[in-house]
Design a binder for this molecule. Structure first.
Ligand code: FES
Length: 218
């Protein structure tokens, strides 16, 4: 299901209204409704939480209690792409923390944060079920196994939004990539630039060659 962008003042979608009305008559409806809201918008916007409160006749404070208790719920709009570093035991022992540190440095946000251009959200997650590929980075549901901090720019490059060529993120990623080939700054040498482009092309086609598993896109 594709995510809908919420703007303050928007009305709920007819599907969501129907879902809430159906569930309002059942016990334990609150969690189901909040899940459905998050599925729709990618998070639970403040105004929608207030609307859920009204329709289910549940105090808003109780709704915020649920939203903040369960880690799966988001109160802020996530980025277009979700980058998850598996912090399960196998991945942790094989360098997951270094991957997370590198992402924080690349994007200038903490775990759970979203880049200013709303392109990427990074977060640590528990075991994603492919420990043999540890350490694993998931991007939009795609698993990238045996990942290293140096490979992260190449892994993330294909997910960049090419509609926004002026994005600061593009500069960050390209700057990082330019130092990945034998420690040489490819921007200072045209032949080195060709090599770098080929390298990026390989990454876009097959990432690191270790990608596994594929789920549907948003
Ligand atoms: S611990 Fe990372 S996939 Fe299991």
């Amino acid at each position: 299901m594709s995510r809908i962008t919420w703007h303050d003042g928007d009305a709920l979608t007819p599907d969501l209204e129907r879902f809430i009305d159906d569930w309002s008559r059942r016990p334990g409806s609150l969690i189901m409704v909040l899940h459905r809201v998050q599925e729709e918008y990618g998070y639970v916007p403040r105004e929608v939480a207030a609307e859920v409160s009204r329709r289910l006749d549940v105090p808003l404070a109780q709704i915020y209690g649920v939203l903040t208790f369960y880690q799966m719920f988001r109160l802020e709009e996530p980025g277009k792409h979700r980058v998850q570093v598996c912090m399960g035991t196998a991945c942790y022992l094989r360098g997951a923390e270094g991957l997370m540190d590198e992402l924080k440095t690349m994007f200038g946000v903490e775990s759970g944060g979203t880049t200013d251009d709303k392109m990427f959200t990074i977060e640590g997650v528990r075991c994603v079920g492919c420990c043999g590929l540890a350490p694993v980075v998931m991007v939009d549901g795609e698993a990238h196994g045996h990942a290293t901090p140096e490979e992260l720019p190449g892994i993330l490059a294909p997910y960049r939004d090419r509609e926004e060529p002026e994005s600061e993120l593009r500069e960050v990623l390209e700057g990082a990539e330019s130092w990945n080939d034998d420690g040489q700054d490819r921007n200072t040498d045209s032949s080195a630039e060709d090599d770098g482009n080929q390298s990026r092309s390989r990454n876009r086609k097959g990432g690191t060659g270790r990608r596994a598993g594929k789920k549907g896109k948003k």
